[in-house]
Design a protein around this ligand. Sequence first.
Ligand code: BV8
Length: 239
Amino acid sequence: MRVVVLTGAGISAESGVPTFRDARGLWEGHRVEDVASPEAFQRQPDLVHRFYDERRAALTRVQPNAAHRALACLEQQLGSRMLVVTQNIDDLHERAGSRRVLHMHGKLRSARCTACGTRLDWREDLAHRPACPRCGERALRPDVVWFGESTLGMGQVESALSRADLFVSVGTSGMVYPAAGFVRIARLFGARTLELNLERTPGSELFDEARHGPAGSLVRAWVQDLLARRPAEVEVTRE
Ligand code: BV8
């Protein structure tokens, strides 16, 4: 059985990482779209750096939760037949032990030089404009995908969706594209689809099944159930 799991901010909520909806999509009164955009970075680089420096620093104060750990456990069973595609820029999936994680919106603990294009692990602030270790230019930006910028790894995502038997969406409101369109692609290729989210979302009816509640218990129960079932039954027959 081949499984693709899409995750959003809701899977990290129980770790203490605020979701976008929690803050009603606002940061210090700014619409997130207005802070997380190349235009905002041109206009107010200090404000944008502060937005990401604060979130990067906050990562040192949070730990993976039961939902992250359950997915890492499932990956141990399914190996290369499982892919986690996350919209999250935190590293909680990896810290829980997941290895096959695709960050389609980038990573907080990574910086990219806009002068030489180098990508490098980065755990410090960027607001003080540190020089790029490779080219020396003070041109580092957060290595995240802003609104209006193309998302990462779409080729790998589309091929995984086209071969998936099961597509599971965890903790996402399904409001941001192209991630919000993955359920339709998975269905198109005959996969069964399951939504695990705290509450109904605008896309809930697109899923074969939707279970609502906190990810920590929902994901753990789903993984335990999947692994408890005898291999024969796990074999999902294509529609
Ligand atoms: C692009 C990184 C073009 C930075 C992010 C089609 C139609 C309409 C609009 C568009 C379209 N196609 C493109 C667009 C424009 C735009 C878009 O979708 N706009 C939206 C607002 C309508 N998309 C883009 O701009 C994308 N780029 O299209 O480029 C292009 C194409 C080719 C070539 C060049 C350019 C790029 C979008 C990526 C932007 N970057 N993040 C950062 O993090 O700061 S998006 C960011 O917001 C997140 O990564 C995530 O994707 C999104 C937030 O959504 P969620 O993660 O779902 O979080 P949210 O808070 O909304 O919901 C949380 C859910 O969890 C809730 O349902 C809640 O109930 C639940 N929950 C809460 N607690 C729990 C829980 N569930 C379980 N357990 C709990 N405990």
